[in-house]
Structures are given as structure tokens and as C-alpha cells.
Design a protein around this ligand. Structure first.
Ligand SMILES: Cc1cc2nc3c(=O)[nH]c(=O)nc-3n(C[C@H](O)[C@H](O)[C@H](O)COP(=O)(O)OP(=O)(O)OC[C@H]3O[C@@H](n4cnc5c(N)ncnc54)[C@H](O)[C@@H]3O)c2cc1C
Ligand SMILES: NC(=O)c1ccc[n+]([C@@H]2O[C@H](COP(=O)([O-])OP(=O)(O)OC[C@H]3O[C@@H](n4cnc5c(N)ncnc54)[C@H](OP(=O)(O)O)[C@@H]3O)[C@@H](O)[C@H]2O)c1
Length: 508
């Protein structure tokens, strides 16, 4: 039971109040200026020492970083209350809108996040865009601490001529489209061409290549949107090139994802053995995961497949290939200038050693004809608010282990803290660390003292601005609707794409 003790008087301030009544008094009293309870001469600040009693913390963003930070805070502080603000009507960030539909096992983390959301010390407030509907200074005023976990919502531009041509898409938008991100639901990429080029050799590039090339019937039982499935069924794309500016030793994808590509039904890989010359000796020096990955690439490029694999490859109707040492220089237009017709690539060579290896142009170029270009060179965070420092070069909020530099009480976690790389497990570790720093600061008395109103104050602000947040139980209604819509076609869910329809379903 929480004890509210007037230490100087040595007696309880509200001895007659049961804890629940006390909470009611505390909540309803805010935001009016409260006189101290009768007979008490202490200031409100001294009475409650709320920071120790009930720290009010808010987290911005409900992706893995937001939920793992909340989980850590709730687990390690017995009274902390955490409000999670999310701009979408639905939670879970890239777990819903990024992770590929054919990787359902990755989405199991949603069960853990749901447990966190069900805590009576945690509340989800969707449909609230921080930076627009409510500012970070307003949140800081209302809470003892604010954690920014809003991810990386933009894509890294290529910065080359022709990037804006129809037929050029960021992988971010393409992924958002097949995963039902409301802002990308109208993307409708034209897949009537024979060849697609993906720029970048990370795991997102492989996700996109796999979705483009997987026989659509294999995606029918996933949560890919029906609209995307319809377009993929009509696709005429036969060849996908995945282009890297550096070499096989520098690819950013991982072995599990490469293996999946190599075994993708109905497809065969094309790798140029010349790209792998001299690599056999060099891989001895590299760390084990990179060594295993490069060995798999090397085997695929240079070894003759066994009879069964050779037969499988011979019957494949689609191909995919890795092109190395090619840096995008210009997107080439069709003769009428209205559509992409190809990509000009600068041939590169490597300079430097180890992590500092850089691709430098040799002066040669190569034109690769294609009707679709997907740029998969990374995501990018945006600044959220003028009050929050932001490093535009690194695309992160400057921080020391999650403490935002020069702004006490402000923290960050996830991709906005360390940049747009790392899997969910990496994001979990760094979010736990941020949570730990916050709790350390709380314990050390470094956070604002005195009570903070938390959501009560923000709710009033949002209401005055006509913003109507949705709760976690609202999400559970939408979730049930999606699951029910998927049942007819044997899918785990059919995602709702239109925020207006979602609000209507919630009776708004
Ligand atoms: C295409 C893709 C596929 C991936 N697949 C895998 C995989 O298979 N396995 C794996 O382990 N990892 C995968 N990852 C990596 C993983 O998704 C990330 O590590 C993780 O999602 C980062 O978490 P985050 O919370 O920082 O960002 P996010 O997941 O992006 O969450 C940020 C949240 O903040 C919200 N937000 C943004 N701005 C605001 C605002 N102004 N106000 C309120 N809310 C806001 C967003 O809507 C979002 O919900 C993938 C990444 C991508 C891009
Ligand atoms: N299945 C999974 O586990 C999964 C799925 C998807 C994503 N993820 C994770 O999510 C994170 C983000 O993935 P990502 O693929 O977006 O990023 P990434 O891993 O950083 O890969 C980006 C790729 O783009 C290239 N690139 C960057 N700038 C370029 C430029 N200007 N011109 C040409 N090429 C350029 C990079 O090459 P250089 O190396 O030369 O810079 C690299 O090949 C990663 O950590 C990834 O592992 C995981």
C-alpha cells in the first residue's frame, strides 16, 4: 500500500483515505490549484513527493522501442504510470507496417506488447500526432519524463536526377503499401514491366525482392493486403536486380534472409563469379557471421548445383540477381519522359579497409534497363519539434545512452536514438537501457519533483483542439474486425486501410 506521510509532522496526511479514494482525490483535484488537506502546512510538492510515489511518464511511439521502454519502466518501478502516444490509430509501428507478411513469427512480439498495454499502469492513446496535436514542451510540462521512440518515418533520398519519375518508389512506401500503411494505400505500383531494380543490399531490399517474386498463392494466407495481392497476381516482373555500391563482403543483409531468397520457389539466382575472385582467402579474416554469409554467396555464385537444385532452377520462370560495385547515378526516363526506363549506374571500386571501405567511381557507367526502381538505401528519422535537439546528418536525437543531450527529463529509444538499423532484438536492448537510465535519474532525484498531472492535462488540451484519441480497447475492436474479415479468405487478418472507416467502426 502506498504511504503518503508528512515526514515533518510524523503522521499520515490523509489517514482516513483508502488508497483508491486517495487516487480519486488526486486525479479529480488536478488541474485546479489544490489547497493542502485541512490541518496540513506542507506544500503540495512536499506532501506528495509524487515523483517517488507515482512517476508520470509518457512515451511517444508505439513500435518496439515504445513498448519495450514502457515494459522496462513498469517492471522496474512498482508505481510508474506510462502513457503511450501514437500517431496511427493502431499500435506496433514497423511490426505491423514493416515486417514482411510472410514472416508471421516475427510478429509474435505483439503478444508481449499487448500484455504491457493491458497493465493498469499503462495507457495507449492512438490518433495523436506529437509535434502537431500536442507539443513536446506540453508533454514535458505534464509528465515527469518523456521518452521519444517515434522511429524513422522517412526514407533516405538518393539525390540523383530522375528520382521523381513515375515508376520510382522508396522501399519504405512499397513496404507500407503491401503492409497496409494508410498513407501508402493508394501507391498502386505498376508491375507490368519485365525488370525491376532495387537499390541497396540490406534486409529491406531482400524483403521487397521476395515479395515481388514470391508466387502470389504463397502469400494468400498471410496478412498482406488484398489490394497488394491483386496487383502482385497481375505482375509481369520476371527479373529483379538488387544493386549494391560495394562488394559481396559488404552486403548489409543477413544469412537467413539470403537463404530464403536462394530457396524462393519458382526463382533462380544470378551471381557473377567474377565478383567473387580472391574472396576465398579474404573471408578467413572476417568475423564468423560475415564469413558464413560470404561463404553462402560464394557457393551460390561459383558451385554447380546438385541435380535436384539444377532441375528446380531450370524450371524457374523468374530470376533475381545481385549486382555489385554499382552506384546509382541517374534514373533514365522513357523517350516521352513520363516513365522510368532504366538506371544509370556508376561502376565503383573499393578504397580503404575494414569498416571504412568506401565505394569510389571508376569513371565507367552502365545502363540497366528496367520499368520499376525501388530505392532501399535506408530509412530516416525526422525532427519532431523545435524544442528537441536533432542531428540532421546522423538523423538521430543526440543522446547519451538515451538521455537527450542538454534536456533533463527527455529521453529517446529505438531508431530515433541510434539510427535506422537493427532488428527488434537490438531495439529491445537499447530501449531497456533507456528505461534503466530514466529510472536511475528518477532515483537520484534528477527529474522534476512534485506531482505531475499526466494524461489528465493532455486530454484537456487534445479535447480543446478537437483531437479524439483512441484507446487500446478501441484497437482491440479494430483487431477483432480485421481478424473476422480475414477469416473468409483464410488470412490471419485483412487489415483496415482507411482511418475514416476505422473511426466509423469505433462509432466516431
Ligand atoms: C521493412 C522492415 C522490415 C523489418 N523486418 C524485421 C524483421 O523481420 N525482424 C526484425 O527483428 N526486425 C525487422 N525490422 C526492424 C524493426 O522493425 C525495427 O528494429 C523496429 O521497428 C524499430 O523500432 P522503433 O520503435 O524505433 O520504430 P517503429 O517501429 O517505426 O515505431 C515508431 C512508432 O512511432 C510512431 N510515430 C512516429 N511519429 C510519431 C509522432 N509524431 N507522434 C506519435 N507517434 C509517432 C509511428 O507511427 C510508429 O508506430 C524491419 C524494419 C523494416 C523497415
Ligand atoms: N528480416 C529481418 O530481420 C529484417 C528485415 C528488414 C529489415 N531489417 C533490419 O532493418 C534495418 C534497416 O534495413 P535497411 O535494409 O533499410 O538498411 P541497411 O541494412 O542499412 O541497408 C541499406 C543498404 O543501402 C545501401 N545504401 C545506403 N546509401 C546508399 C546510397 N546513397 N547509394 C547506394 N546504396 C546505398 C547500403 O550500402 P552501404 O553498406 O554501402 O552503405 C546498404 O546496402 C536493418 O538493421 C535490417 O537488418 C531486418
Amino acid at each position: 500500500m502506498e504511504k503518503f506521510t508528512d515526514t515533518s509532522a510524523g503522521r499520515s496526511l490523509v489517514p482516513a483515505m483508502a488508497p483508491r479514494c486517495w487516487r480519486w482525490w488526486y486525479w479529480t483535484a488536478w488541474p485546479r490549484t489544490r489547497p493542502p488537506p485541512a490541518g496540513c502546512t506542507l506544500s503540495v510538492r512536499q506532501q506528495f513527493s509524487t515523483q517517488e510515489q507515482t512517476p508520470q511518464i509518457c512515451v511517444v511511439g508505439s513500435g518496439p522501442a515504445g513498448f519495450y521502454t514502457a515494459q522496462h519502466l513498469l517492471k522496474h518501478h512498482p508505481r510508474a504510470h506510462v502513457d503511450i502516444f501514437e500517431k496511427q490509430l493502431v499500435p506496433f509501428g514497423l511490426v505491423r507496417f514493416g515486417v514482411a507478411p510472410d514472416h508471421p513469427e516475427v510478429k509474435n512480439v505483439i503478444n508481449t506488447f499487448t500484455q504491457t498495454a493491458h497493465s493498469d499502469r499503462c495507457a495507449f492513446h492512438g490518433n495523436v500526432v506529437v509535434g502537431r496535436d500536442v507539443t513536446v514542451p506540453e508533454l514535458r510540462e505534464a509528465y515527469h519524463a518523456v521518452v521519444l521512440s517515434y522511429g524513422a518515418e522517412d526514407h533516405q533520398a538518393l539525390g540523383i536526377p530522375g528520382e521523381e519519375l513515375p515508376g520510382v518508389f522508396s522501399a519504405r512506401a512499397f513496404v507500407g503499401w503491401y503492409n497496409g500503411l494508410p498513407e501508402n494505400r493508394e501507391l498502386a505500383p505498376d508491375l507490368s514491366c519485365d525488370t525491376a531494380v532495387i537499390l541497396g543490399q540490406g534486409n529491406v531490399a531482400l524483403d521487397v525482392a521476395r515479395i515481388l517474386l514470391t508466387p502470389p498463392e504463397h502469400l494468400e494466407k498471410t496478412d498482406i493486403t488484398e489490394a497488394a495481392l491483386g496487383v502482385l497476381r497481375q505482375s509481369r516482373v520476371k527479373t529483379v536486380w538488387i544493386v549494391g555500391r560495394r562488394g559481396p563482403l559488404q552486403v548489409a543483409f543477413t544469412i537467413k534472409e539470403l537463404r530464403e531468397m536462394i530457396q524462393l520457389p519458382g526463382t533462380r539466382p544470378i551471381l557473377d563469379p567474377a565478383d567473387f575472385l580472391g574472396l576465398q582467402d579474404r573471408i578467413k579474416e572476417v568475423p564468423r557471421p560475415r564469413k558464413r554469409l560470404t561463404e553462402l554467396l560464394l557457393r551460390t555464385a561459383t558451385e554447380k548445383p546438385g541435380a535436384e537444385e539444377a532441375a528446380r532452377q531450370a524450371s524457374a520462370s523468374r530470376t533475381w540477381g545481385l549486382r555489385f560495385f554499382r552506384s546509382p547515378q541517374q534514373v533514365l526516363p522513357s523517350p516521352d519522359g513520363r516513365q522510368v526506363a532504366g538506371i544509370r549506374l556508376a561502376v565503383t571500386r573499393l578504397e580503404g579497409v575494414g569498416d571504412t571501405t568506401r565505394a569510389v567511381p571508376t569513371g565507367d557507367v552502365e545502363d540497366l534497363p528496367c520499368g520499376l526502381v525501388l530505392s532501399s538505401v535506408g530509412y530516416k528519422s525526422r525532427p519532431i519539434d523545435h524544442s528537441v535537439p536533432f542531428d540532421p546528418k546522423l538523423g538521430v536525437i543526440p543522446n547519451m545512452e538515451g538521455r537527450v543531450v542538454d534536456v533533463p527529463g527527455l529521453y529517446c529509444s529505438g531508431w530515433v536514438k541510434r539510427g535506422p538499423t537493427g532488428v527488434i532484438a537490438t531495439t529491445m536492448t537499447d530501449s531497456f537501457l533507456t528505461g534503466q537510465m530514466l529510472l536511475q535519474d528518477l532515483k537520484a532525484g534528477l527529474l522534476p519533483s512534485g506531482p505531475r498531472p499526466g494524461y489528465v492535462a493532455i486530454e484537456a488540451l487534445l479535447s480543446s483542439r478537437g483531437v479524439r484519441p483512441v484507446s487500446f480497447s478501441d484497437w482491440e475492436k479494430l483487431d477483432a474486425e480485421e481478424v473476422s474479415r480475414g477469416q473468409g479468405t483464410g488470412k490471419p487478418r485483412e487489415k483496415l486501410l482507411d482511418p475514416q472507416e476505422m473511426l466509423r467502426l469505433l462509432g466516431r
